[in-house]
Design a binder for this molecule. Sequence first.
Ligand code: MOS
Length: 743
Amino acid sequence: MDKEQPFAVGKSIRRIDALGKVTGEALYPGDIDLDGQLWMKIRFSDRAHARIKAIDTSAAESFPGVVAVLTAKDVPCNEYGLVTKDQPVLCGPGSTIADADTVRCYMDNIALVVAETEAIAAHAVKLIQIEYEDLPPVFDPELAMLDGAPQLHEDRPHNIEQYYRIRKGDLAGGWAQADVIVEGEFSTGYQEHAYLQPEAGLGYIDEQGRVTVIVAGQWTHEDQYLIAHALGLPEDQVRVIYPAIGGAFGGREDMSVQIVLALAAQRVQRPVKIIWSREESILYHHKRHPMRIRAKWGATKAGKLVAIEARIVADAGAYNYTSSKVLGNANLMATGPYECENVHTDAYAVLTNNIPTGAFRGFGAPQAAFAAETMMNRLAHELQIDPVELRLRNCVREGSHLSVGTPLPAGVSMPQVIEKAALESYWTRDAGGWRRQTARESSDGQGAIRRGIGFAAGFKNVGYSFGAPEQSWATVELYGKTEIEQVIVRHGGAEVGQGTHTVMMQMAAEAVGVPFECVRLIGHDTAETMTSGSASASRLTFMSGNAIRGAAEQALSAWKNEERPAKATYRYRPPKTTPYDPETGKSEPNFAYGYVAQAVEVEVDTETGFVRVVRVVSTNDVGRAVNPQHVQGQIEGAVIQALGYTVMEHLVSVDGRIRNPYLSTYLIPTVLDVPVEVKSVVLEYPDPIGPFGARGMAEMPFIPLAPAIAAAIFDATGVWFDQLPLIPDLVVKKLRERGIGVV
Ligand code: MOS
C-alpha cells in the first residue's frame, strides 16, 4: 500500500477535542445555558398499552411558575420515526393523526411542562391527570404473532413489522450431504447504550427566526428533517446544532428530546432546556434488540458447510425505530462470514408493548454472530476439526457469494484476518493444519477456577445497506497565494466521541497535501454544512473521506488555475446496493465490509458462575488506519462494551417496564472488569474504494466477542451456553445441572 504520503494519514495525531474534554472546557448540551431560559419536563405514559380518554392539565397550568403545558393537540403533524413515521410525538386525544390517542409502551410522551425552574416543571408534570382505558398488552414476540394477539398498529398484521427470508439452493439436498448436523436455540438480552451523557438539550429561536435545537445526536440533518416534519415547517426554518457529544453507539440515532424541545421553544418563544436523569435515559430511549434465533447447520466429514437454516425473531418493541434495518443485517449475518450453497432463513421483527429497540453498535450483527459462530464452534467440536481450520475451509474470500446470492465487494480479507488472529493468539500451523498451541490448562479438574480459550470471526458492513440511499457531502475551501496556508472543511458528520473530526481533518490534509495544522473544520450545524448521513454503520471515515477527497481535488484544481475563491462542494455516492428480493432474499446488500477475528481466554469460577475475561486478541482489517491510536481505542472500547453485553449487562423488563434503570443495578464494565490484556492487531488490506484504502471499523470488534467467550467457557467446562447475558446466576445454574462446581 502507498505509505509515501507524508502529511497526516496514518499518524496518531492528538484529537482536536481531547484537551477541552479533559479540562472540562468542552460544552455538552446539558452544560449550555441561554439568557431567559425555561425548563421542561416530559410526562411519560403510565401504561404499556392504553387509550387516553382525557387529559386534564388545569392543575399543572395554574401551578405558579408554569409557563406552558403542551399535549397532542399542540403538535402540527403528530408523527415521527427514523425509518417509519409510526410514533406520535405526543400521545393523546385531539391529534392531527388518527390513533395518536393510544400509548403502546411506557416510553410514550404524553405532555410537556415548561416552567421557570426545573423543580417547578418536575412538580407540575405530576399534576397532569390522565384518564386511560386499558388495552390488552403483549410482551412476548412469539405470542404477538399469534392469531388473536393484541394488535399494536393497524397496518401490521400479526404485529410483524418486518419479515425477510432467504431461499438459496436446495436445503433438503444439503441435509442429505451432511455428515454432521447441529441444532441450537439462542436468546440474547437487551443492552442499554449507557453513554456518559444522558439526553439533554436546548430549544430556542435563533437570530434569523429559525427554530433551533442544540442537542446530542448522530445526524444533524435527519434531526432537522424530523423536527420540521412534526412542526409543519420548511426545513430551512429549523436549525440543529450539536455541541460536544458524550457517546452515542446507536442510541442517539432516533429522536429523544429533539422534537419536543423545538415544539416548546416555538410555543413559548424563549429558550427551553431539558436534562434527562440517568433513570429517564435508561427508561426512555431504545435498546439493543433481544433476539431468539433457532439455527441448524450441517457439514460434511471433510468440514464443508452444506446447509444452514435459521429463524430469527427480534423484539422490536412498540415502534419500528430502526428494527426493519437491524433485522436485515441480522438476517444477512445469520450465516456468518461463510460460503454455503443451501440456505433458508426466516427473520421477523415483531411489535410488542415493550420498550422500542433499535440501533446499537453492530446493528443486529452481534446477535446473529452469537448464534452463527457458536454453531461453527459446535460443528468444529463434533467434527473434531480445529475451529480455526474449519473456519478457513469455509470462510468467504475474494469473489465469494454470501447467502444473498451475489459476490461480496472486492477486498475480502477474511482468510488473512482469521490466520493472523490465530497466529497472534494460541494457534500454530503445521503440515496437519491448524491446531491449538498451548496445552489446555483448563481440564485438570482441580479447583473451582477453570480456564478456557475460544475463537470467533465476524464481518461488518460499512455504510447503509439494502438499497437505502447513501451519500455524503463535503465542502473544501483553500486559502493562500503562493502556497496553500489554510484549508477549511465543511462536513456535517457527528463527532460522538469516536474521533471522527480529527480523522476528517487528517484526510483533508492528506488530500490537499498540507500539514494537519493548516486544516480547520466547520461541522455540526445544519446552517453551515450539507447533509453527511449519520454517524453510524461504521460509515463516517469511509463516506466523509471520499467526500472530502472529492471536494479537495476539485478545490485544488481551482486553486492551481488561480480561480478565486478556490472552493468546491462534492457529493460522494458509493456503488448502489439493492433490497432483498421478497421471495429469495437475493440482493446486493453492501458496498464495503470490514473483517475481524478474535481469540479470548476466560476463567470460569465454577462455584459462583462468574466468568472473568482474562485476555482478548482482536484482529481487525481496517483497510487503512487513518489514526492508529483511534483505531486501537475503538477496538478496546468495542471489546469492553461487548464484554459487558456478554457477561454483565442484564436489563430486566417485566410487563414492558424496565425494573433496573440505574447504573447501580444495571451493571456495566468498570476498569476492574477490563481484561489483563486486550491486544489490538491491525491489518491494512486496502478497500478498493475506501478513502486511502480505509474501511469502517468501529463496530466490528464488538461482533465476535460473545461467541468467542461462549466457546472459551465450553473449553473450560464442557458446557455450551446459548443465552446472553452469561451472568453468574445463569452460568452457575447450568453448571450445577451438569454436576460441575458442586462443593
Ligand atoms: Mo449505529 S448501531 O449503526 O448507530
